[in-house]
Design a protein around this ligand. Sequence first.
Ligand SMILES: NC(=O)c1ccc[n+]([C@@H]2O[C@H](COP(=O)([O-])OP(=O)(O)OC[C@H]3O[C@@H](n4cnc5c(N)ncnc54)[C@H](OP(=O)(O)O)[C@@H]3O)[C@@H](O)[C@H]2O)c1
Length: 326
Amino acid sequence: MASDAVVLLGCGWIARRHAAAARRLGIPVIFASRDPLRARAYAREFGGIDAVGDYAGALTDGRATAAVVCTPHDRHVDDTLAVLAAGKHVLVEKPIARTIEEADCIIAAARAADRILMVGENVHWMPAFRRVRAWVDEGALGSLREVHLVARGFRRHAGWRTAAAQMGGGTLIDGGIHYIHMLRWWGGEVRSVYALRPPRTFPELEGEDAIDVLATLPGGAVGFVSNSLAAPGVPRLQWSTLTGIRATCFADNRGRFLVLRGAGRPRIKLFRRDVRGHEAMLRAFRDAIATGKPPETDGPDGRRDLAIVLAAYRSAAEGRAVEVAC
Ligand SMILES: NC(=O)c1ccc[n+]([C@@H]2O[C@H](COP(=O)([O-])OP(=O)(O)OC[C@H]3O[C@@H](n4cnc5c(N)ncnc54)[C@H](OP(=O)(O)O)[C@@H]3O)[C@@H](O)[C@H]2O)c1
C-alpha cells in the first residue's frame, strides 16, 4: 500500500480520523460517500485523490488496494464482503459486526479471498496502552489481581445509534467495546461475565445507555468495565486501573499519561504523538498487506471482543453469569 490508495467507505465522524492519519502517512485516499457532494468536501479537506458518489463505484478503482469500512454496524458485513469481492484488503471499524454469525461470515470471506482483514480497534495501537501491556508483560505490576475500566459520560445519540438493530445493542457494543478489548488484552482472556443494566435514562435509545460488567480473568483476577452515556456531571478525565501484587497502574482513558505506583519510585509517562493510535493502526494495516501476516487486531481478535459484549448482553437479559463462547 506504500504508494497504493485506500478507499474510505462512508464520510462520517471516524472517517475524518482515518483521513487525517492517512494524510500524515502519505497514503493516497479515495473518498466514497452515498452523497457525491460530501465525498468531494472530504476530498478537498483532506487532500484526497478522488471522490466517488457510490461505494461500489469506488471499489472498482484500480489505484486502490485496500478499503476502510467506516459505516454503521449493520452495514459492516455487506460493506466488508463488497471490499473483499473487489479483491481489496479491508480494515473494518469496530465492532467487527453485530453477531458472531456475521463475524464468522466476514472472517471466512477474508480467508477465501486471501486478503488481510483488520478490525479498527484503535486503542490497541495507542502508545500509552501499548506501554501498559509492556509493563504487564515485564512483570512491573506483579501478577494481576484487578483490572478496572471506567468509561462514563453524558452523551445523547441521534440517528442510527438510537436503533438497536443497526447498532447490535447499545453503548457496550459501540464505545464500550474498546474497554472490553483492553480488559482482555491487558488482563487475559475473559472466561465469564456477569452484567447489570441500570434503568434507562435516555428513552430514545433502544439499546442500553449504561452497563456494568464483572469478568473472571485468568489466575482468578477480576475485571470490571463500567460504561455509560447517561452519567451527568462525570468529568472527561477518567482512568483505568490495573492492580497487581507489586504495583498499580493508572492509565488515562485518552492515552495522554500513565502512572505506576507501588514497589519503588512512582513512574510517570506522558504521551503526545498519535495518542489515539490511528497512525500506528494504519501503519500496521500497511505492514500486514506488505508481509501477508495478519495484524494483531485481525478478524478473530475482533470476534473475541464481540463475543464478550454479547455474553454481557445475555447475562444482563437472563440475570446470571454467562460463559464467554470461544
Ligand atoms: N475507533 C473509534 O474510536 C470509533 C469512534 C467512532 C466510531 N467508530 C466506528 O466507526 C463506524 C462509523 O461510526 P461514525 O461515528 O463515523 O458514524 P457516522 O458519523 O454516523 O458515520 C457513518 C457514515 O456511514 C455512512 N452510512 C452508510 N449507510 C448509512 C446509514 N444507513 N445511516 C447512517 N450512515 C450511513 C454515512 O456516510 P456517507 O453518507 O458519506 O455514505 C455516514 O456518514 C462505526 O462502526 C463506529 O462504531 C469508531
